[in-house]
Design a protein around this ligand. Structure first.
Ligand code: ZN
Length: 202
């Protein structure tokens, strides 16, 4: 499956000068919501992700996503796996399970994002549900930005990856872009100003 082509077809692989949530600058941005606005595409991608997880022999009771970015991908993944779906959300900066969602003791949970960069939000969601008795059996994302090591990829794990070493990460592909801190960003050096994705209609 050529996941990159789905992003290109949906105009979801944006080129420009972007300020990422990590504070780094990049000349590309993945706008997963544009890919997932088509429910048939969302279902197809999630089905493929579910197939990989099942192939690996992982048994799942529930999918959990960190709001907001992971919700659509996680919901479709849960549907494909035939399990329930919950999400965590930040309240005053801290990840929480709200809205009456609960985790049963020993529930085997896949934490699903749209894109895994360093895995910071996914790890916060994992910590949140493990603190109340859940067991995170895998991480999943439509695409991996190349910092973390996904199952079936030759890419090595980078120092920036925050996910635990002993839990597998499943993603449909690796999307690797250059990232820069502000001081070494060549686009900044040429006088351009980084924009936060979403702030100018993207
Ligand atoms: Zn820059």
């Amino acid at each position: 499956m050529d996941i990159k082509q789905y992003y290109l077809n949906a105009n979801a692989l944006l080129e420009g000068h972007f300020l990422l949530s990590s504070g780094n600058h990049s000349n590309y941005y993945l706008q997963s919501a544009k890919v997932l606005e088509n429910p048939q595409v969302a279902e197809m991608l999630a089905t493929e992700l579910a197939r990989k997880i099942k192939e690996y022999g992982i048994v799942v009771d529930c999918v959990c996503s960190p709001a907001l970015g992971g919700i659509l991908a996680g919901y479709e993944l849960a549907r494909s796996l035939g399990v329930r779906f919950i999400f965590t959300e930040r309240v005053n900066g801290l990840m929480n399970l709200r809205r009456g969602f609960s985790v049963r003791n020993g529930d085997r949970i896949v934490v699903c994002e749209d894109i895994i960069t360093t895995g910071g939000s996914a790890l916060e969601a994992a910590d949140c549900i493990e603190a109340i008795g859940g067991k995170v059996v895998a991480f999943a994302a439509l695409a991996n930005r190349g910092f973390c090591k996904r199952v079936d990829s030759d890419l090595e794990r980078k120092i920036e990856c925050k996910l635990p070493f002993d839990v597998p990460l499943f993603a449909l592909d690796d999307f690797i872009f250059d990232m820069y801190d502000e001081k070494s960003c060549p686009m900044c050096a040429s006088g351009s100003i980084a924009v936060k994705p979403g702030s100018r209609g993207n």
